[in-house]
Design a protein around this ligand. Structure first.
Ligand SMILES: [Zn+2]
Length: 498
């Protein structure tokens, strides 16, 4: 068979995989937004059938042989990287004996159920044996790979290609040494949360604010759509179809708005990928950290800045009369309010990475054997007290707060913090090329989007994070940008009068 023929076969199967993925994305979007509840069981059954078909195609002996074969051929750069990524994913699971895989899948299903009850009953003891088993089984499953690096190192690499434990260690050490004491300085100032943040603002008015924002962000209705769902998310259908959802909170409208800006950041990333990659794995294979770097750039670095709001705040005030007595400066302070919190997903920008740091330190210790599940709830609470200055009153608000571990997702968590840190590095590079503040003040968000498109978005998932960072910013991942950004911003906002 000629290389050309093999490539044609590869493209044909890839397109079929994309077709199934598109169908499943559509079903998922539909069921999370508008689909009636009563139809759920039939819908889920059909979705499971489609998923099964997709799995069979993506792991068929024909496709696997083709990938093995193509990985030894000389191909163009993008295809070479695409094949390498697919092979890496296939190699993760192909050597695991079926019975081991089935046992692991069963364990995660059981553990998720047990976790849910345990969280509701604030009972770590009932989840503990499952956590122990999950760690053991994860080690077993990973041991079948040809890769001989330490298990946690491989898990880290699964979620963020090219990033190592050593990189994370440097990053979190920096946060611990510089951000923890800085946070306590801010907290000591005892700034109260402004009362206007919780004013009751009708959903109708919030929808109008969303319209203002969409126009400002250049989120185009011809290739986007805003739905409503219980948890905001974004969905990628194709380069020209990237949708987001919003959840309206009547008494916390900024929460609705910033979650939406975050999701539009994700959608814009997928929407600015080179059209030539459409239908290929490479169009959507960015790492978790990279994707989060774009949503957090939108939400925090741009979205919570003074220049972002300076041109649109009068329009927002015209719609939301409840903000008539809140000046722009007060608004900016309010949307950046820092509070001690127990729950990661409710945390502000400054405390957010510290929540992740707790989980990272524990995960790492669990996998290198320096910690055991015994008494882990206390270890968790101690760390919260030490870093965040607050102790969970019970385990439901502590170690049991997130679902991730029960699904076996170890090594995934740190990517949440990494995304924010990357985004500070992108901002540094963007500022060298364009006057970001001026663009925002002049209602010219397009220049920001264009910069992101040309430097980051258009490449889709072709490059590893460190490769792209190096080529655009001149350095591989450097957490100093993030630490400097946080300290500069929050000093300016809250310690300036000292
Ligand atoms: Zn996100």
């Amino acid at each position: 068979m000629t290389v050309e023929t093999k490539l044609n076969q590869f493209r044909e199967i890839s397109e079929k995989i994309s077709a199934y993925s598109l169908a499943l994305t559509t079903l998922n979007w539909d069921s999370s937004t508008i689909a009636p509840k009563k139809g759920a069981s039939y819908r889920n059954k059909m979705a499971a059938l489609l998923s099964g078909e997709l799995f069979s195609i993506a792991t068929s002996s024909e496709f696997v042989a083709l990938i093995d074969d193509l990985s030894t051929e000389t191909l163009d750069e993008v295809t070479t990287r695409e094949i390498k990524q697919i092979k890496k994913n296939l190699d993760k699971n192909r050597f695991i004996p079926k019975e081991v895989y089935v046992e692991y899948a069963q364990l995660t299903r059981d553990a998720e159920n047990v976790w849910e009850t345990a969280r509701d009953q604030q009972d770590y003891e009932s989840f503990k044996p499952y956590l122990k088993k999950l760690i053991e089984m994860t080690k077993t499953v990973v041991s079948y790979r040809k890769d001989k690096r330490p298990v946690y190192e491989q898990l880290i690499d699964d979620f963020e290609t090219g990033i190592t434990i050593a990189d994370y260690d440097v990053f979190f050490k920096k946060l611990k040494e510089e951000i923890v004491p800085f946070l306590h300085k801010i907290i000591d100032r005892k700034i109260e949360q402004p009362e206007w943040l919780c004013r009751n603002i009708s959903i109708e008015k919030q929808r109008k604010v969303v319209e203002i924002l969409m126009e400002y962000l250049n989120y185009d209705k011809s290739s986007g759509y805003i739905g409503e769902s219980a948890h905001p998310f974004s969905s990628h259908f194709s380069v020209h179809d990237n949708r987001v959802t919003v959840r309206y909170h009547k008494d916390m409208f900024t929460s609705s708005i910033f979650a939406l800006i975050h999701e539009v950041g994700h959608a814009t990333y997928n929407g600015q990928v080179d059209e030539a990659y459409q239908g290929r794995a490479i169009a959507d294979s960015m790492t978790y950290g990279m994707h989060e770097s774009q949503s957090r750039l939108y939400e925090n670095m741009l979205g919570r800045s003074h220049s972002f709001w300076s041109s649109i705040y009068p329009k927002v005030q015209a719609v939301v009369s409840e903000l008539h007595d809140v000046t722009l400066d007060e608004f900016i302070q309010g949307i950046n309010h820092v509070a001690l919190s127990l729950i990661r997903i409710e945390a502000d920008e400054l405390t957010y990475p510290l929540h992740i740091m707790v989980r990272y330190e524990i995960e790492q210790a669990l996998f290198n054997g320096t910690l055991d599940v015994e008494g882990l709830d206390n270890v968790w609470s101690d760390k919260y007290e030490e870093y965040l200055g607050i102790r969970p009153p019970h385990n439901g608000l502590g170690i049991l707060q997130d679902i991730h571990w029960s699904g076996g997702a170890f090594g995934y968590f740190p990517t949440y913090a990494l995304g924010s840190a990357y985004s500070a590095q992108w901002m540094g590079a963007m500022r060298k090329d364009i006057d970001v503040e001026k663009c925002l003040e002049n209602n010219d968000f397009k220049s920001v989007n264009d910069w992101l498109k040309n430097n980051v978005h258009r490449h889709g998932g072709v490059y590893e994070p460190n490769e792209l960072l190096l080529s655009v910013t001149g350095e591989t991942f450097n957490p100093q940008y993030y630490v400097d950004y946080l300290i500069e911003k929050y000093s300016r906002l809250f310690i300036v009068s000292e």
